[in-house]
Design a protein around this ligand. Sequence first.
Ligand SMILES: C[S@@+](CC[C@H](N)C(=O)[O-])C[C@H]1O[C@@H](n2cnc3c(N)ncnc32)[C@H](O)[C@@H]1O
Length: 224
Amino acid sequence: MEHAGESHSREHTFDKDYWERHWQERGTDPAATPGAAPNPHVVRETAGLVPGTALDAGCGTGTEALWLAARGWRVVGADISAAALAEASAQTAARSLAGSVSWVEADLVSWAPEQQFDLVVASYAHPAIPQLAFYRHISEWVAPGGTLLIVGHLHAHSASHRHGDAGQRPPIEATAGPEGITAQLDSAQWKIITAEEQSSTPPGHRGGNAPVLNDVVVRAVRQS
Ligand SMILES: C[S@@+](CC[C@H](N)C(=O)[O-])C[C@H]1O[C@@H](n2cnc3c(N)ncnc32)[C@H](O)[C@@H]1O
């Protein structure tokens, strides 16, 4: 049985070509201004953390990575899209944050970082592999005592969510609920701090016609 939104997901594979096109087209979308406010879930969930090293996995144009860097984190922003990282790099220079953030163009499915991180963030990152496998993969990059923070799309209730193209819901395979995500994390090794569904309005939108983002937020601390 086909659910609404699935036809969108079958039109592409979330490979590098898809994401390069996505970021090149977003350049003409005034709602996608680089330097926009950071994701409110990232702001809230990292507020009490002591800054250290951080990886923003699938950082896009770097909004969250730059926000973390401005708050004392030493950040690596990694993304498969050269177009997104070119914008991130320009923003870095404009904000004089070059000493705190570096950008890596990489396919995170095959990339292996040289170090583990005190914080690994994935905010709406969805690659060509199954979403839960991606979360499990990046969880291995969290250092003992460090934090994994996942902000993802929820498909089920996202009737008005924009995802690149006007009016389309996030593709179903790019979504995962809190239970599915936390099930990827070995309970002997991880302490779950946050696992919930949240809604928010994107920055810059107000009033009755504002789109509603329905998200999943999971924060977990690696014990060992
Ligand atoms: C919806 S955007 C989210 C960007 C940003 N984190 C945000 O919250 O606005 C998803 C990002 O994941 C990146 N991405 C997708 N697959 C990837 C992969 N295999 N390796 C690295 N980045 C990937 C895309 O290029 C894109 O920038």
